[in-house]
Structures are given as C-alpha cells and as structure tokens.
Design a protein around this ligand. Structure first.
Ligand code: PLP
Length: 667
C-alpha cells in the first residue's frame, strides 16, 4: 500500500537551510562539511542544507533567507560566550520566532548531573557538546524537530482515513457524497464541489479523527502545534468563526455578569456576548477619521481613564488591528489593565499573520494579552469560519473553558475546517516569513503604482490616524491598503462597481471616498498586475468634479438606563421612526432602546440595548433613512415598509390591551 496519507509530500522539492552560527572558522567549515556529507548519506526528505554564518552576518541572513528553518548557535567554551549565545538567540527570536534553535557548547553545564540551566533550556530546542561531533545524531535531531513543525496530525489522519475507504453507516446523510453522485438532479453539485468535499465531511463517529469537543489525540496534537506556532500557552480551534470565539472568552471571564470595558465599535459578537452574559458595559469611544469615514482605535488616555474609574471590571476588550489595519501599541494598555487586575481580550480577527514577520510584531500575545481571538480564515489559508482562541491567562481554568467553548460549538464540526486550521498553521511556521515578505513587497509596488496614477492615492499611516490618536504610537498593518478615490470624482462604491464590472476585480470594502484591498498570502503577481492596470485605466477615464466629503459623526452616547440584557429581553413595544419627524421624535426621546441599531457602513452601533434615545439619535437615523446613499440600518424593524424601533415598555403602560407576547405595536 503506498503512503497516501502523508500531507508532507510536496510537488516542489523542499529545501531547508540550517545555519551554523559561529565566528570560529575552522569549527564552522568542518562541521558544515561534515553535516552536509551526513545529509547526503541519509534520507533527507526536507532537503536540509547546512551553511555557516558569522554572528555579524546573521541578522541580514535571517531577514533575507526565506528558506532558513533552523539555527545551530556556537556557544563557545566559556560562560561569557554562552551568555552571548543566549542573547543572540533572543534577538533572533524577535526576528524569526518560528525557527528551531540549537546550542553547541563546551561547558561543564552540558554534562553536569543537574542538566543545563533553565535559561538555556528555555531558549534552545536541544544542546550539543562541542567536543563530541556526532554528526549523524545532530542531523537526525535537527531533522526531527523540523519534521515535527511540518507535521499536520489532523489533516494527515483525515487524508489517511479517506484513502482507507471505509463504509459509512453514520452521519452526514450524504455518506461521502453517495447520495448525490449518481442523481440526475443533484449529481452536478457533487461534480462541481469535488469528491473530497464530501468524503472528508465526516462525523464524530469516526474515532480516529478525535473529538473537537473533547480532544485527546490528533486534534489535541494539532492544537498544541498551533499554540507553539502562535506563541500561546493553549490554542483552541473553532469552526464557527471569531464571532463565536469572542463569546466563549467573554463567557469564560464574565459568565453570569460583571463589568466589561469595551470599544463601542467592537464586533457585534462582543455586543451579543454582553447581552447573553448580562454584563454591564463601559463603552469606550472609538475615534473617527472625518475625511475618510474610517473608525480607528480608542485613545489610550480614554482606555486608561476607564480602567482607573472601573478597576472592578472583569475584562477589557479591544480590536487590534482594526478592519482598516490600525494597530494599538498594546503593551502599555495591557500592563495598565493587569496592574488593576483586569483581564484582557484582544480581538485579532484581522491579525492572525502578525507573529510571522518582524515588521508586523509584536502581537497581542507578545504584549501580554490573556486571550486572543483570531479569524485564521481572514488573512491565512484556512477555510471560512475557521478560527482560533489563544490563551496565556495565568489564572486559566481549562475545565471551565472547555465547558464554555462546548456551549457554543456545534456537535457536528466541519472536519475540512479543522484540517485547514492544521494546514494554515503548518504553512505559517514553514514558509510564513517568506510569504509575508512577498506580500509586503507587493504592497510596496501597489502603493507606488496607485500613487503614480496621480488620481488615486494609497493612504499612509499618517493619513489614516485620526488627530486625537497622535502620540498613541498607533501602527498600520501594511497588508490592508486603503485607497483614496476622491480625485476621481466617484464614490468608493462607484469605483468598486467599476472595478468589478470593467475589470473583474472584487475589493474588500469601501467608504464614501475610499476602497480597501487586502494583500494576503493568496495575492499573486498576476492579480497585482491586473489591479494596477485597472487603476491606471480608471485614472484615464473622464473624471467628475470631486467634492470633499465629511463623514457623519455618530451621535453622542447617551446613557444606559438598564443592563443591555434587561432591555433586550424586556417587554417592549415598537414605535415608528419616521411618522412626520417631529411626532416620532417626541415619542422616542427618553425611551430605552431594546435592540442594537447599527448603520452600515461604518458598522458601529448608534444605539445599544438599554440605551436612552436622544433627539440627536432620532434625527441622525431619520437623516440616514432619507439620505441619497442607501445605508443599511441593522436592528430596525420594518412593518409595511415603515421603520420601527423596539423600545422597552414603560412600567405603567405594560398592562395595556395591545401588549402581545412581550411585544406591543404602536397605534
Ligand atoms: C473585529 C472583528 N472581530 C470578529 C469578527 C468575526 O469574525 P468571523 O467572521 O471569523 O466570525 C469580525 C468579522 O469581520 C471582525 O471584523
């Protein structure tokens, strides 16, 4: 039986560079020659090649050599040389955290009974004695470490299982696609999707594939590898997105209630968790860039003030980076929260790639976050909905976490998604640095070419930072490129349509005067060429007279009259938002909203459940509904096309005749 199960088999021959880092020329050339000779005599599926690099040349080598997979650092023969090697290992970890690092040293500690000091064990994967020169053993050990990183325990087992072709007498009902394959009605769907979509769609009945809800074998191994890869103490896979990941973490810390300090512009899953867990939210106001209609991070001073005023909060939740790529300087914020005993969840839905390139670090975990949620599917190679939660909370209660996670998880997880998480992690540890280096080069070309059109302009960090954030050391994730289209005279939406209709290009999102594209691992030179060509062509087309747009500032937050949960589940009535303007305002002002009302764009709530409605808010929503540009307003209820707001019944009115099942309709 051929080995059909090993996903490590590759189309292109692999090449793994291993650098022996030493300033001792004799040792270096002898060892490199001996190790390469050993590699030539042994099975070498990863294509290990040893090379010598001096300490002075190492940093440049790490920045430029994408295929580097391991370092063997010469720790010399003295305590001083050893501490230099430790320092070097730390610096190199800051550049490329994924590499395996080995130490060669001639020192008494390597052979003492107590073993190597903790400082050495912490930094190096394995130790070799400088005098020994057992090159067979060294080669095998380096190869074994690389093989472990390159393994995909879950994806391999899934593939093996499929090729073992067992008969299925279990869910799902399509039974490996057999229900569709020969059907004259739906066989086309089977052929379109491809056999492996169906025969990898299995169930918990298949025990060799472990259980996502109680993992002990291949899923647990894959999660352990993910924790190592992303720099976490524990990592957990989710097959229903970061929307669920956020809810799990909030329930873990605040299940049953408690104060949460939260960016009002956070993802709606966080708002939902606030309701579901009966939390008391302390809202942080995010900054608006008036020219581009882009919401940015919260001012650091505002976060610190909220932490000072509410040290009894259980959790701080902020998003870094934002959809537009704005990243906080997280360390001082997280430190400030921890000094007050507040746990920190960073929503890194848009930043799963951050740990794999120097220019994108530090990540939230590196800055000390207790919990980090990431949509592995947004920027990396996982399937949609495949996400991870990374944990490094010193007070982590794994048993409770498992219960909380299982409460939100489906008991029928999609195995394709789990496999894609395993493979996405492997890709990042094995070639993530090189892939991201390529992405960053493409970003530079894109920005240069867009600017060269003279009409479109790729916005810089300075352009994107709202004035109140100056001094907060905000950074930009370069892979999110926001392009100002003002000078074309067209709106972002119109340019989006032109790009799609005329050039077959779909962008990520728009605001009134910007379009944004994501440069991901899947961006290719050809796609870049076509995008640049499209912008050049559009720049040559007749322009309209451009007019400056100022994004509408959201109305001021009023106050919560009760917990969001109390409002959401209260007895409510529906009041019209538009009945001749003044009347609606009169009825609504001072009432408590029961739903989250979110105009899109920008997707930030104007009202949250429990919030008092003001005249300014009513007018704002009325203007949006009457405005020229179509705006979706999530949370409004339409009754015969009439927009209604659900508000909490006032105590005296709750016994009226027309109150039905907790919902009363006006008029
Ligand atoms: C900041 C943020 N958090 C969480 C999510 C939810 O992620 P997912 O789509 O993986 O459920 C999103 C989705 O866009 C998001 O923008």
């Amino acid at each position: 039986m051929p080995d059909l199960g090993n996903l490590s088999e590759q189309r292109q021959p692999l090449e793994c560079r291993v650098a022996l880092v030493s300033n001792d020329r004799d040792l270096s050339s002898n060892w490199v020659n001996a190790l390469n000779a050993t590699a030539a005599q042994h099975e070498n599926p990863f294509g290990l090649r040893f090379e010598s690099v001096t300490t002075a040349a190492l940093e440049k080598h790490l920045r430029e050599q994408d295929r580097l997979q391991a370092l063997i650092i010469d720790g010399g023969c003295s305590t001083e040389e050893l501490s230099n090697a430790e320092e070097l290992a730390d610096r190199m970890h800051d550049l490329r955290a994924q590499l395996n690092v080995f130490l060669v040293a001639q020192n008494s500690f390597l052979s003492t009974q107590g073993g190597a000091p903790a400082s050495v064990r912490k930094r190096f994967d394995e130790l070799f004695d400088r005098r020994e020169g057992n090159f067979n053993h060294m080669f095998r050990l380096v190869q074994a470490f690389i093989a472990r990183r390159a393994s995909t325990p879950f994806a391999d087992t899934l593939k093996e299982y499929v090729f073992s072709a067992r008969d299925a007498w279990h869910t799902p009902g399509h039974s490996g696609g057999d229900s569709l394959r020969n059907s004259p009605w739906v066989g086309d769907f089977y052929r379109f999707m491809g056999e492996h979509v169906f025969n990898t769609d299995l169930s918990v009945s298949v025990q060799v594939l472990d259980s996502l809800l109680e993992p002990h074998s291949v899923i647990q191994e894959a999660q352990d590898l993910a924790a190592q890869a992303f720099g976490a103490q524990h990592s957990f896979f989710l097959t229903n997105g970061t929307s669920t990941a956020n809810k799990v973490v909030i329930q873990q810390i605040l299940g049953g209630g408690g104060k949460i300090i939260v960016d009002q512009a956070c993802h709606k899953s966080v708002h939902h968790a606030v309701i579901m867990n009966r939390c008391e939210p302390i809202y942080l106001k995010s900054t608006l860039h008036p020219e581009f209609g882009i919401y940015g991070p919260v001012r650091r001073a505002d976060i610190e003030q909220a932490l000072d005023e509410h040290p009894d909060a259980g959790l701080l939740v902020i998003t870094s980076c934002t959809y537009d790529g704005l990243r906080y300087d997280l360390k001082p914020i997280i430190d400030c929260a921890h000094e007050r005993g507040v746990k920190v969840l960073i929503d890194e839905a848009w930043y799963a790639h951050g740990y794999f390139h120097t220019e994108l670090r530090p990540t939230a975990l590196e800055c000390g976050a207790d919990y980090v949620t990431q949509s592995t599917h947004k920027m990396l190679s996982a399937f949609s909905q495949a996400s991870m939660i990374h944990v490094q909370d010193p007070d982590f209660d794994e048993y409770r976490f498992r219960e909380n996670l299982n409460m939100y998880a489906s008991t029928s997880p999609q195995y394709l998604m789990i496999a894609s998480l395993d493979v996405a992690r492997k890709q990042m540890v094995m070639e993530g640095y090189g892939c991201l280096r390529h992405c960053l080069q493409m970003v530079e070309t894109l920005r240069r070419e867009v600017d060269a059109t003279g009409v479109f302009r790729a916005l810089t960090l300075d352009d994107l930072i709202p004035a109140p954030l100056a001094g907060d050391n905000i950074r930009l994730d370069p892979t999110k490129v926001t392009i100002d289209v003002t000078a074309s005279g067209y709106s972002g939406k119109e340019i989006q349509v032109k790009l799609f209709d005329q050039f077959g290009i779909q962008v990520e999102k728009t605001t009134y005067n910007t379009v944004s594209v994501l440069v991901t691992l899947g961006s290719t030179e050809s796609k870049l060429l076509r995008l640049v060509h499209a912008f050049k062509q559009l720049a040559r087309q007749p322009r309209r007279r451009s007019h400056a747009v100022t994004a509408r500032q959201l109305p001021e937050f009023t106050r919560l009259t009760c917990l969001p949960a109390d409002a959401y589940f209260a007895e409510t009535e529906e009041l019209p938002l538009m009945d001749n303007g003044v009347l609606a305002e009169k009825k609504l002002v001072g009432r408590t909203c029961a739903d989250e009302i979110v105009p899109y764009p920008p997707g930030i709530p104007v009202l949250v459940p429990g919030q008092e409605i003001s005249a300014q808010i009513v007018q704002f929503l009325q203007q949006l509904l009457q405005g020229q540009t179509a705006t979706e307003i999530h949370g409004l209820i339409f009754r015969s096309d009439e927009p209604m707001l659900r508000v909490v019944c006032e105590p005296k009115k709750s016994s009226g005749d027309n109150v039905k099942k907790g919902v009363k309709k006006d008029g």
